[in-house]
Design a protein around this ligand. Structure first.
Ligand code: CMP
Length: 141
């Protein structure tokens, strides 16, 4: 089925100047960018976005990292978009990410891991709504 997923290019990858290289991977794998913005998240926004991880031991480091610089946020649309994006990203820990994945090629550590992607249809809906009002998503144009 055609799905939408939320993707974030994290501060490490923005700083490395590889937004375009990551966008090319989406495009060459039939994921269409239907919404996009650069944003420097506030601590409050980062904590709210990652609220499901609030009790995890890595929460503070995660939030510290996500507010360390601007991020590039996009909605990707395409057949099986949620799983396809997760395949392109590779494992959360770049040391475990398969060769040729975004994290294997661009990430340094489990915190500075280049990209985020929604992990299910339910979280995709919540995460897309968090950053983009419906009117800012340009599907099928
Ligand atoms: P992300 O997909 O953005 O979702 C939560 C983030 O927490 C994850 O990527 C990692 O960057 C970060 N993180 C740090 N430590 C861990 C861990 N042990 N397990 C999962 N995520 C972690």
């Amino acid at each position: 089925a055609v799905e939408r997923t939320l993707s974030i290019i994290k501060p490490d990858a923005v700083a490395k100047n590889v937004i375009g290289q990551i966008y090319s991977r989406f495009e060459s794998n039939n994921l269409k960018i239907v919404a996009s913005k650069m944003k420097w998240l506030s601590r409050q926004e980062a904590e709210a976005f990652y609220a499901v991880h609030r009790e995890r031991p890595f929460f503070k480091d995660l939030v510290d990292f996500m507010v360390s610089g601007p991020v590039q946020i996009q909605v990707l649309e395409g057949e099986n978009a949620i799983m396809k994006n997760r395949e392109l990203m590779g494992a959360t820990d770049p040391k475990k990410a398969a060769k040729g994945t975004i994290r294997a090629d661009f990430a340094q550590s489990i915190d500075a891991n280049a990209v985020h992607g929604s992990d299910s249809p339910e979280t995709a809906a919540v995460e897309i709504a968090f950053f983009f009002p419906q009117m800012d998503i340009y599907a099928g144009r």
